[in-house]
Write a protein that binds this ligand. Structure first.
Ligand code: SF4
Length: 377
């Protein structure tokens, strides 16, 4: 089984916190679509005829594309790959782009899961984040999606915003959980260098919230979503039973995937490759029949670190027996030694052969990953 990701690199405006690859120029869509259709054909053997069980349109803002373009891409993928009948087919949508007609047509194309970029239920926070939609549009987008028959809806929320408190975040959660969505992706705001927020932070115009406040908001998220029956199955992902993101679960379980579009990454079990993050280079190259990507062969150590990083994020955790089988007992011994301080301080826990992060460990997951990764000898 495998997954396909399609990166649609267009946005109406650039959100000041965003470091995903996207452009705000318009008028390039048709050329881009031609290039993308070319890439689909050129990459049709990348996954070695594996069955495709998930398809994910992300970005950027896929809901900015014309429906006829979305259908063209979708149909070309279905013609080139063996997409199974019950595949999970997701599209990210921004609340200001959608209408009942748009949702109806998405369903008729074949999309069966939505990821709505809600981000907050506070008008003020949406403005801070530079979002173009209002709380009213958030409400309408969820209502319309439900009315048009989408049963599998995921929403994105952002917490840890400048000026936010545990109380304001709890209010957002309370408003969010009034809707019958099935999956929640909740991200702490990280201020990345090179973004507008990054520049404002450097100039002292923006202040990050305290670590104590961050931890309190994260704890609130875990407790509140848990009280609503949501399982915290990955650091930023919460779902009702049976509604885990199958696409992202594929990444975390090291299943092969193909990424299409500028900046998209692919993994086939042995190599990782990534497309150029530039729309013009991307389209020019594909229109000449060449895939504009770089690639690397993964070493045993890369596979080991990748396994740690993806599995420790999830509630499935790291299986020590699997590490012995796949990498040898030396790697297992190395890991147990590197993990010992975190086990002693209860940031990690061990049950039989499985290591997982504790809730305390989730707060410092980046530090733990850094410390337990195997360095080059
Ligand atoms: S809409 Fe999404 S991808 Fe586009 S700039 Fe905003 S956060 Fe980034």
């Amino acid at each position: 089984m495998a997954g396909i990701y399609v990166h649609i690199p267009f946005c109406k405006t650039k959100c000041p916190y965003c470091d995903f690859f996207s452009v705000t120029r318009r008028g390039e869509e048709s050329t881009f679509i031609n290039a993308l259709l070319g890439e689909i054909s050129l990459q049709r053997n990348y996954l070695h005829q594996r069955k495709i069980r998930t398809l994910y349109f992300g970005g950027g803002t896929p809901s900015l594309l014309h429906l006829s373009h979305l259908k063209l891409i979708f149909d070309r993928i279905c013609a080139a790959f063996n997409v199974v009948g019950d595949a999970e087919i997701t599209i990210e949508c921004n609340p200001d782009d959608v209408t009942p007609y748009f949702f109806r047509e998405l369903r008729s194309i074949g999309f069966n899961r939505l990821s709505l970029g809600i981000q907050s239920f506070h008008e003020e926070e949406l403005r801070v984040l530079g979002r173009r939609h209002t709380v009213k549009q958030n409400d309408l987008s969820i209502q319309q999606a439900l009315q048009e028959g989408f049963k599998n809806i995921s929403i994105d929320l952002i917490y840890g915003l400048p000026g936010s408190t545990s109380k304001s975040w709890k209010e957002t959660l309370e408003m969010a959980f009034e809707y019958p969505f099935k999956h929640l992706s909740a991200y702490h705001l990280t201020i990345e260098p090179g973004t507008v927020f990054g520049d404002r932070l450097k100039k002292g115009e923006l202040e990050e919230i305290s670590e104590e406040n961050s931890v309190a908001q994260f704890r609130k998220l875990i407790d509140y979503s848990g009280s609503k029956g949501f399982e915290h199955y990955e650091l930023s992902s919460f779902a009702l039973p049976g509604y885990y993101s199958r696409h992202n679960t594929g990444y975390w379980k090291q299943e092969p995937y193909l990424g299409l579009g500028p900046s998209a990454h692919s993994y086939n079990g042995n190599t990782r490759q990534w497309n150029v993050s530039h729309t013009r280079f991307y389209t020019d190259s594909l229109l000449k029949g060449q895939i504009p990507c770089k690639w690397e062969i993964l070493t045993k150590r890369d596979h080991f670190n990748e396994y740690l990083m993806t599995r420790l994020r999830t509630h499935w955790g790291v299986d020590l027996a699997k590490i012995s089988r796949k990498f040898g007992s030396g790697y297992r011994d190395y890991l147990l030694k590197a993990a010992r301080p975190f086990l002693n301080n209860q940031y990690l826990k061990r049950k039989g052969n499985v290591l997982t992060l504790t809730n305390e460990g989730k707060f410092i997951s980046d530090t733990i990953f850094r410390e337990i990764f195997k360095e080059e000898q």
